[in-house]
Design a protein around this ligand. Structure first.
Ligand code: SF4
Ligand code: SF4
Length: 165
């Protein structure tokens, strides 16, 4: 199946497939977890290199990004700021006491590209987490982004085909 990357089209299809996707999630929960993990990871490896994230940037407009102390040191260095300046401008504490970026969309998103791409945070690098095991235990958190993330959208649609759903 050819990939769909048009963000407007993906949003429209997502609306049309809302019920189908609810049922598909129930179906996935009944499948063998390892089989689904291996299929999802395989599809992710095939599809991700074909999606140009710099033409999207949707996750940067909707995720709350957690940051580690090591990442603040690296970023302050990169931006020529002191730790205090970095924290004043870009960071605050979440209710759980973790450091988070203080805006959504992210400060560092310029148009649809990351302006600190080489130094982006682990959380940014790992989204949409399709390379990780236990996909069927993360369906709610993954499918929340089906309508905005072309990688998730195409992996899920291809997964339906592979599973003859
Ligand atoms: S740091 Fe870059 S990749 Fe991460 S959310 Fe911000 S713009 Fe996106
Ligand atoms: S939402 Fe998905 S496709 Fe878009 S930039 Fe983020 S990871 Fe890439």
């Amino acid at each position: 199946m050819p990939l769909i990357t048009d963000l407007v089209k993906i949003k429209q299809i997502a609306e049309e497939k809302e019920v189908e996707n609810d049922h598909f999630q129930s179906f996935l929960k009944l499948q063998n977890e390892q089989k689904i993990d291996s299929l999802t990871q395989e599809l992710n490896e095939l599809i991700t290199p074909k999606i140009d994230c710099t033409k999207c940037g949707n996750c940067c407009k909707s995720l709350m990004i957690h940051i580690t102390s090591e990442e603040t040191v690296e970023l302050a260095d990169q931006l020529n700021l002191t730790q205090d300046q970095l924290k004043d401008q870009f960071i605050e504490q979440s209710e759980q006491g973790q450091m988070i970026l203080n805006t959504i969309p992210c400060h560092f998103l310029k148009n649809t590209s990351c302006s600190i791409y080489e130094h982006r945070f682990t959380e940014c690098r790992e989204f949409p987490h399709l390379h990780k095991p236990h996909f069927i235990r993360r369906l709610f958190s993954t499918m929340r982004y089906y309508e905005i993330c072309p990688i998730i959208f195409n992996v899920v649609e291809q997964l339906k085909i592979e599973l003859s759903y």
